[in-house]
Design a protein around this ligand. Structure first.
Ligand SMILES: [Zn+2]
Ligand SMILES: [Zn+2]
Length: 281
């Protein structure tokens, strides 16, 4: 798939039929991978003088100094995208899955899709108020797919710093670990919380799947509250509807959710099963 409409990078040859001028493209048919990989396009790197060796410089005799190879910028841009996707912790089966590759025939999916597309399209427009999302529905309704689609597009289009986290495994458990003397995370509670608060866009997957305790609920409240105050976008996916939060944590989480997020219900059972990744499997 060429990334012309997604990436602003133009390091390839404008008429190239593989990359349409970007300089790299998404190879979707990769053995043992549902996500595909980014490849440098042959219009940039075919037998380039540096041979693909970092830092992609070549010696120029006439100027008697090292100059960037023809492949330099395209490789750097490609590596930037790979780095941001890796740092975001997007699960491998959702890597590089963009909104455009998703099936929108189901009406309830379409509503969430429209919301996502608007957020991504208007990301850098001045005067837009960026809102969060509370996306709820049964397992298999496509919540995680859609949430990761937003992250992938923000990374490709704007180089935005994103993070995907499962609420228990990546957030609550990590904080619990920081209380354990023998853990390598010991004493890191504030650092962990700061990372979660500071990242530009955060997906919290399985919100509410934690064992309920006052401690867990107050951690969740503090996190979404801090992000709300910092005007950062938070995307929550959950199996429970937002109003079920009314009776939990004295309603504090619920009232924050209403202020910070659009609430959308995904009512498409087995989205994952019925639609293949790129329609090619
Ligand atoms: Zn090309
Ligand atoms: Zn080169």
């Amino acid at each position: 798939m060429n990334l012309y409409k997604l990436s602003p990078v133009r390091e390839g040859s404008p008429n190239c039929k593989f990359c349409a001028g970007v300089g790299f493209f998404l190879e979707e048919n990769v053995k043992n991978s549902s996500s595909g990989i980014l490849l440098l396009c042959s219009c940039v790197g075919e037998s380039c003088p540096c041979g693909g060796k970092a830092p992609y410089m070549v010696y120029d005799e006439s100027q008697n100094r090292m100059l960037p190879c023809v492949c330099h910028n395209a490789r750097i841009e490609l590596a930037k995208v790979e780095y941001l996707v890796k740092k975001a912790g997007i699960p491998s089966k959702y890597k590089y899955r963009t909104l455009k590759s998703m099936d929108t025939t189901h009406l309830s999916f379409l509503a969430a899709y429209d919301w996502a597309e608007t957020l991504v399209d208007k990301w850098n427009s001045s005067g837009t108020i960026r809102q969060g999302l509370y996306l709820w529905g049964a397992t298999g309704s496509g919540k995680t797919l859609l949430a990761c689609g937003i992250l992938n597009e923000l990374i490709l289009r704007y180089g935005t710093e994103c993070r995907y986290a499962k609420i228990n495994r990546d957030f609550l458990s990590t904080i619990r670990d920081s209380y354990q003397k023998e853990s390598e995370l010991h004493g890191m509670e504030q650092t962990i919380k700061k990372q979660f608060t500071d990242v530009e866009v955060l997906v919290l997957d399985d919100f509410g799947a934690n064992k309920e305790s006052d401690w867990a609920n107050s951690q969740l409240y503090d996190l979404i509250d801090a992000r709300y105050e910092e005007e950062k976008v938070t995307i929550l996916t959950s199996n429970i509807q937002a109003k079920d939060w009314k009776d939990k944590a004295e309603g504090r989480i619920y009232s924050r959710l209403l202020e910070m997020a659009e609430i959308i219900h995904l009512d498409c059972p087995d989205y994952r099963e019925s639609h293949n990744v790129f329609g090619t499997h």
